[in-house]
Design a protein around this ligand. Structure first.
Ligand code: FAD
Length: 86
């Protein structure tokens, strides 16, 4: 999991969050987070101050949406037999 933004750049999809494929979340994450980034950019990336805030908002939304699933995916990835026990 990477910090997905910096001055003048942003990451989405597997470049931003790369996880074991067992949970089948990668495509949803890539599409959803690309939408969040587009929203943030449309909101005001045209000047430098607004761009920093917009990219920060994208980072927050990515974490809010992505972290719970990422944690679950990585928690069980080492031994999927535990899924049938829970
Ligand atoms: C075995 C397996 C099963 C999976 N099953 C599921 C599933 O059931 N459901 C699900 O939602 N997800 C699944 N995933 C995850 C999903 O495939 C990825 O999360 C998703 O494709 C990520 O999309 P992306 O656009 O970020 O990256 P990618 O789909 O990897 O696209 C990146 C593209 O950029 C290109 N590229 C890379 N570097 C450069 C460069 N320097 N210049 C130009 N082009 C470049 C690559 O060739 C590639 O075409 C699975 C993954 C694997 C490996």
């Amino acid at each position: 999991m990477r910090v997905p933004v910096g001055p003048g750049w942003a990451l989405v999809g597997d470049a931003s969050i790369h996880q074991d494929p067992w949970s089948g979340r990668g495509i949803d994450f890539a599409a959803t987070h690309a939408t969040y980034l587009a929203d943030a950019l449309l909101d005001g990336a045209l000047n430098e101050t607004t761009q920093v805030k917009s990219l920060h908002r994208y980072h927050m939304r990515r974490d809010e949406h992505g972290l719970p699933g990422y944690r679950e995916t990585t928690e069980f990835a080492a031994d999927l037999r535990r899924l049938s026990e829970s």
